[in-house]
Write a new protein. Structure first.
Length: 322
């Protein structure tokens, strides 16, 4: 073989090696949401944006539908470095960092802008630092994921209308507490059973963000919807710190930008969807009420006092003022 052919082959080999190395930057993201959900669509946008911004050098593979386990299992995988990215609520961190649970208490968070301020406050930065140091979770951003409202088989105009209401709630402390202190009878139940329970009046109502009320077609069996705004749901984007530190500065910048783009789109979509759904529900004959929320907040004071006592400081008031 002559020298020219050797040089040509050498150059081809180098090009192939470079391409192979570039194609090896693969990230894995697990999520509980199924294909077709808002969360999945936003994860898909994140994946597409990472590929676009890196000119195909980075790829984000998605594992939806709890293929890799529930949120706790996936967070554990992040800690171990077996999974790269997942979603989690800020308040969910309360399972490991008790003070973080405060943001899930009814009426502590007013809206998405408020939870963003909390996320970036001294309190939020402290929680995020503990997540990073103790659990290997780096929080890149938090997105808006809807506000929980209450539907029922009777009109809910005031807090007194909640008296004796059999309200289906998930088996979570904040939701149980909201129902109890609003005067309802909290009834934990598997999510898959809710539609039939509402249809047969086994329970009188339920509480969920509006997109869930729509997706599950609860409006077919619930003629009333009260805008109680009791819990604001967020969606943090978490990456394994091991994986983050293995990336170059340029790769980190690519992920940060992609998360920002996907987050703005996700938040805008959820906001707009909620507005559009109000119009849709009215057209479907749902009676929508707007109760005065001040009595609800006042009714939650025992929850706040118990929480502050457990934490050892007046955290609820502090967060409310951020």
């Amino acid at each position: 073989m002559n020298n020219i052919n050797k040089i040509t082959l050498s150059l081809l080999a180098m090009a192939f090696t470079t391409t192979a190395v570039q194609a090896e930057t693969i990230l894995k993201m697990g999520l509980q949401a199924n294909v077709g959900s808002v969360e999945y669509d936003s994860a898909k946008l994140l994946s597409d944006k990472i590929s676009e911004l890196s000119d195909g050098e980075m790829k984000l593979l998605l594992y939806p539908g709890a293929q890799l386990g529930d949120d706790r299992a996936m967070l554990q995988q992040l800690s171990m470095g077996d999974l790269d990215i997942t979603f989690a609520e800020f308040g969910r961190m309360g399972l490991w960092i008790p003070r973080a649970e405060a943001v899930m208490l009814p009426y502590v968070v007013k809206n998405y802008a408020h939870i963003q301020r909390i996320f970036n406050s001294k309190f939020g930065q402290g929680v995020r630092e503990e997540m990073l140091t103790n659990f290997n979770w780096r929080a890149l951003d938090t997105w808006y994921n809807g506000t929980r409202q209450t539907s029922s088989n009777r009109p809910l105009n005031t807090i007194s209308d909640f008296e004796g209401l059999k309200l289906r709630v998930p088996n979570a402390k904040a939701n149980l507490a909201f129902a109890k202190y609003a005067g309802a009878s909290p009834t934990p139940m598997a999510f898959s059973e809710v539609y039939l329970a509402l249809q047969t009046n086994a329970v009188d109502g339920q509480e969920n963000p509006l997109p869930t009320f729509n997706t599950m077609k609860f409006y077919e069996v619930q003629p009333n919807l009260a805008m109680t705004n009791h819990i604001v749901n967020d969606q943090m984007v978490l990456i394994s710190e091991d994986r983050w530190q293995s990336l170059s500065k340029d790769q980190q910048a690519t992920i940060t930008e992609a998360v920002s783009v996907a987050g703005k789109r996700h938040t805008n979509f959820v906001n707009n969807q909620e507005k559009e759904l109000i119009t849709f529900f009215k057209a479907e004959g749902v009676n929508i009420t707007y109760p005065d929320l001040a009595p609800f907040r006042e009714a939650m004071l025992p929850i706040y006092k118990d929480f502050d006592k457990k934490i050892g400081k007046q955290l609820v008031e502090e967060l409310s003022d951020i």
